[in-house]
Design a protein around this ligand. Structure first.
Ligand SMILES: [Zn+2]
Ligand SMILES: [Zn+2]
Length: 46
């Protein structure tokens, strides 16, 4: 899976991670490494 392109949350930074839950490519700022999820998915969990 290619990770080239922009973060699909902020669309302002280069995406460095792929969310295991939704598959979105996200930047460091929108990645929760401990949850292995993007900030959008992590916000949906308590
Ligand atoms: Zn971002
Ligand atoms: Zn996600």
């Amino acid at each position: 899976m290619s990770l080239t392109g922009l973060c699909q949350v902020c669309e302002a930074a280069t995406a460095d991670h792929a969310c295991d839950r939704c598959g979105r490519a996200v930047c460091d700022d929108h990645w929760n490494g401990s949850a292995r999820a993007c900030s959008a998915c992590d916000a949906g969990r308590s």
